[in-house]
Design a protein around this ligand. Structure first.
Ligand SMILES: Nc1ncnc2c1ncn2[C@@H]1O[C@H](COP(=O)(O)OP(=O)(O)OP(=O)(O)O)[C@@H](O)[C@H]1O
Ligand SMILES: [Mg+2]
Length: 321
């Protein structure tokens, strides 16, 4: 069980939703992270408590989500750094990663072990091909593929990311062929390791998204890895029975939020209004994220309050710039 938050009202009010530093006025603000360039080789990545789904940032943040995510990423980067160079330099604070500033490869490298989420929606519509990969007939939702499959997407500057086949990635010269081959081989190895780590803890790594970059010309794993935002996990012990009975799997990821939003008539489509997340639900999401952290790492998640966060951040960045 996650450590109870001492003062839930305070935690709900004091989420890290945005950072403002006078010396570094203009970070890149992603949906979840704020990316500060500290010098030509170094980034300061601040993982905020913002949460997004269907490409929209929710109006309310989740207490301590940033700390959970950042520390889950650090844990998982540590599990794969014998396979691939990673961008990690240091984690000087639970919300902050100091990383190598890479030239991003503009592809989301998605690997799937099961027919879930987007892949299932495509399959259900009758298609038997996804990103150039042929899918076997007669599969049910959440069933394992014979082997994990690679279903990349373009990293769109605006709007939705789009599925793309390997063939098209090369034809459109988005990535050099030798770089792509290296990324592909590494991605499967990283996924395999992620599955081993999950299995040891009673979980199934269902699917995930990797981002790679080049640092000094070397293929490097960037962004985040095997976190609740970038991956789906199921509980292993209930998997077979639920699959056999056509029951939904217990989700330990953002899918939980997506389901809640769909129940509240929101799927990110035009004309739909983003619902407010009630406090009770925000705490529930916190507990889900903490549960995944604890299940996967075997460690207790201990929330660290962050009063005066901007000043703490400025001190940290000063040291690394
Ligand atoms: N080591 C790194 N070098 C360069 N860029 C990085 C590195 N690590 C992460 N990034 C980039 O930093 C951003 C992280 O922010 P976040 O994940 O919140 O953004 P996002 O909403 O997914 O935005 P985007 O649409 O740009 O991916 C991403 O654009 C990611 O590609
Ligand atoms: Mg991202």
């Amino acid at each position: 069980m996650p450590v109870a938050i001492d003062d839930t009202q305070k935690a709900l009010q004091n989420c890290i939703t945005k950072t403002n530093l006078t010396r570094w006025p203009d970070p890149y603000r992603g949906k979840v992270r704020e990316v500060y360039t500290l010098n030509k080789n170094t980034l300061g990545l601040v993982v905020t408590d913002r949460i997004s789904a269907f490409d929209h940032i929710m109006k309310q943040a989740i207490p301590y989500k940033g700390q959970i995510l950042n520390q889950l990423a650090a844990f998982s980067f540590g599990k794969v750094d014998d396979i691939v160079n990673t961008h990690i330099i240091d984690m000087p604070h639970p919300n902050v990663t100091i990383a190598k500033k890479c030239e991003p490869v503009p592809i989301e490298v998605v690997i799937r072990a099961c027919l879930t989420g987007h892949a299932w929606r495509v399959y259900k519509s009758g298609k038997r091909e996804l990103c150039g990969v042929t899918l076997p007939d007669g599969m049910r939702e959440n069933e394992r593929f014979p082997e994990p499959i690679l279903t990349p997407a373009t990293k769109a500057k605006e709007g939705h990311d789009e599925d793309i086949s390997e063939k098209e990635i090369l034809e459109r010269d988005i990535v050099a062929e030798n770089t792509w081959q290296e990324i592909k081989v590494k991605a499967f190895k990283i996924f395999n390791r992620g599955q081993q780590v999950a299995n040891q803890q009673g979980l199934i790594l269902v699917d995930t998204k990797y981002e790679f970059g080049l640092y000094d010309g070397k293929v490097t794993l960037i962004d985040e890895v095997h976190t609740a935002d970038s991956s789906r996990y199921f509980y292993a012990d209930e998997y077979d029975e639920r699959l056999a009975n056509n029951e939904p799997q217990k989700q330990l990821s953002k899918e939980f939020l997506r389901e809640w939003l769909m129940d509240h008539n929101f799927q990110g489509l035009e004309g739909q209004t983003l619902p407010d997340l009630p406090d009770e639900f925000r705490l529930k999401v916190y507990r889900r994220y903490a549960e995944l952290f604890e299940q996967l790492t075997g460690n207790l998640f201990e929330p660290v309050p962050t009063p005066d966060f901007d000043n703490t951040l400025a001190d940290i960045f000063q040291r690394y710039s």
